[in-house]
Ligand binder design. Structure first.
Ligand code: ATP
Ligand code: MG
Length: 605
């Protein structure tokens, strides 16, 4: 924040206000005081002169009483009286008779006016009115004078006038002096006030500056500072409230921070991806799972458009997503790997209905979709597998119905085919039932302890007795017995299928080798043939339902592709594993392991 300049500071304003207040009050006092004083002094001045008129009247009347006076004597007598009474504050005194003739003057240098008539129009008017008259003037020298015309009784018949010019300028001089003293006083008062103002203003500005510093520190996240409380006045209260507010803010910030961390950890640890966008569809938040699902880095996608990140800009606009509030499927599958996400949207809306953004939740539904796809495929496979024998049977039955039944040679053959097809269908349905049983939850194994080596011999014996092919069986089995806990019925089905596969794909004169060996915690059985083998890419797939390497070839051999799928389910239900190794043209080996507990076996023996 910018520092407050001196000319904008409260400090200066305080000082200016103080000075102005003093100036205004001094000015008001001064004007009132000086005016009153001036009035008083003028009053004093005029009344002191007026007071002397009475004594002058008396002196003049006395002088006029002695009638043996000549005119000469008279005027010199009057001159004497007037000049005797002329004090410092008087410029000139004249005596004028009722006709306006000047009878005498105190001014010795201007005795010539004696006997002349008054010329001044103002005085003439005053004489005509016969009343006391006074006025202030400015004389030719620029000085202020006060003129008084006062009627007096010269004798019992005659009236005259005393005309006095007072030097009232002295009063103004005095006022000026006082004014000067006042100005100096004001200046001194202002200087003292300014200094006091600086000190006083500091008591207000210092806490304010302190609070300002604290506010700046708080903006930077430092809440540890405290404003010093100087007193219990309003500023002190403000500082106290400020400190209180700091504490509350700190608490609020801690809460927000805590909430943010909570949210962060929720977002980071949830398995679903979460993306938040602003009102315009620009990404403002993305959690790790979302970034991983979309294979982007969190930093680079911020403020990118949501629709372009989800790669749906051709199909949807951001506004559609706001309106629909539904979910859409995003298919990022490649040829090698399926990858399907479901994006669900919900808008962030305030109580007033203002939309401030959109939350997108990404959920990996690849597995779900895969299961859906498998289910569809399964149904179609089952229908297909059932249709083939049914159509074969229909055509044979049709032929029989159309007369072949009477043919002694063809009829039994045709009936055998339909019988075989029916059996195939029963087999298929039975297999399907087995699988569906294993899929259901209440599937249970009837386990019992058996010597697996002895049992393996027994199964091989059965096949050796029944075989009608030119295939030799070779056993590489340990002599000592190995006891494992298995469901014999299930294990028989597994071995039956593997061995019958080996027989099915063995060439004329081929050899099938049976092996068994003890591993750390497992017993491993394997069955190898010298058949055409399985291409490497298909090795895992042969354990999938309905999968056959070469459909045309195997169907001829009567397989539906469920045998190994059932075997896998059963072996895994025992806690074991099943896998295949094969070399095309050379042969195939199917391995299976079953868990085997040596200590338990020791107990047995
Ligand atoms: P089913 O066992 O249901 O009668 P199937 O034998 O065709 O039919 P699986 O036993 O599941 O089905 O075998 C799946 C596929 O794996 C077979 O169709 C075949 O293509 C291939 N296969 C299995 N065993 C061998 C083997 N020993 N040699 C070559 N291919 C094999
Ligand atoms: Mg089979």
């Amino acid at each position: 924040m910018k520092k407050v300049g001196f000319f904008q500071s409260i400090h200066l304003k305080f000082v200016l206000i103080f000075i102005l207040l003093i100036l205004i009050s001094m000015e008001i006092i001064g004007v009132y005081f000086v005016n009153k004083l001036e009035e008083k002094l003028q009053q004093n001045f005029t009344s002191s002169i007026e007071g002397r008129v009475k004594s002058l009247e008396y002196l003049i009347r006395e002088a006029m009483k002695s009638d043996n006076n000549t005119n000469e004597d008279m005027s010199s007598k009057i001159h004497k009286i007037l000049s005797d009474n002329e004090t410092n504050d008087i410029e000139e005194i004249r005596l004028i008779d009722s006709n306006g003739v000047i009878l005498g003057t105190s001014d010795s240098s201007n005795q010539s006016v004696t006997g002349q008539r008054v010329t001044d129009i103002n005085i003439k008017r005053a004489l005509v009115s016969g009343k006391k008259w006074d006025r202030r003037f400015i004389d030719k020298a620029g000085k202020r004078i006060w003129v008084l015309v006062n009627p007096i009784q010269l004798n019992s018949n005659d009236t005259g006038y005393i005309y006095i010019v007072g030097k009232i300028e002295s009063v103004y001089k005095e006022i000026n002096e006082i004014n000067k003293i006042f100005t100096t006083g004001t200046a001194i008062a202002m200087v003292i006030t300014a200094m006091l103002g600086i000190v006083l203003a500091q008591t207000i500005t210092r806490p304010i500056a302190d609070m300002r510093r604290q506010a700046m520190a708080m903006a930077k996240g430092n809440f540890s500072r405290k404003v010093k409380v100087y007193g219990n006045d309003e500023i002190g209260q403000l500082a106290y409230s400020f400190n209180h507010m700091t504490k509350k803010l700190q608490e609020a910030q801690a809460t927000t921070e805590g909430e943010r961390r909570k949210l962060d950890s929720i977002l980071a640890h949830m398995t679903d991806g979460v993306i938040a966008t602003d009102r315009k569809g620009k990404i403002i938040l993305i959690n790790n799972p979302a970034a991983e699902m979309l294979d982007v880095s969190r930093e680079t996608v911020l403020s990118q458009e949501l629709v372009s990140l989800l790669n749906i800009e051709d199909l949807h606009q951001f506004e559609d997503l706001l309106k629909e509030q539904d979910s859409i499927i995003l298919d990022f599958s490649t040829k090698e790997e399926p990858y399907i996400l479901r994006a669900s949207f919900s808008i962030i809306q305030s109580e007033t209905g203002f939309v401030s953004g959109l939350i997108t939740v990404l959920h990996d539904v690849t597995e779900q979709e895969k299961i859906d796809m498998e289910r569809r495929e399964f149904v179609s496979n089952v229908s297909h597998e059932l249709r083939t024998p049914l159509t074969t049977m229909r055509s044979y039955l049709e032929a029989l119905a159309e007369g072949a039944i009477d043919d002694k040679e063809i009829a039994p053959r045709f009936l055998t085919v339909t019988q075989n097809e029916t059996e195939r269908m029963i087999r298929l349905v039975n297999d399907l039932l087995k699988l569906s049983k294993m899929d259901s939850r209440d599937y249970q194994l009837n386990k019992e302890w058996v010597n697996i080596i002895e049992y393996f011999h027994h199964v091989i014996d059965r096949f050796e007795m029944a075989k009608d092919q030119n295939v030799t069986f070779k056993r590489k089995l340990p002599n000592a017995g190995v006891f494992v806990e298995v469901d014999l019925d299930k294990l028989t089905q597994v071995l039956d299928n593997i061995i019958s596969n080996a027989l099915k794909y063995s060439p004329e004169g081929g050899q099938i080798t049976f092996r068994a060996r003890e591993l750390e915690e497992m017993v491993e059985l394997s069955i190898s043939d010298q058949g055409m083998g399985i291409p490497k890419d298909n090795l895992k797939k042969i354990f999938e339902r309905f999968y056959r390497v070469d459909k045309a070839r195997t169907r001829k051999m009567g397989g539906s592709g469920l045998g190994l799928a059932i075997a896998k389910e059963m072996v895994e239900a025992h806690g074991g594993e099943i896998w295949a190794r094969s070399e095309e043209g050379k042969g195939t080996t199917i391995y299976l392991t079953l868990p085997y507990d040596r200590t338990q076996e020791d107990d047995w023996s």
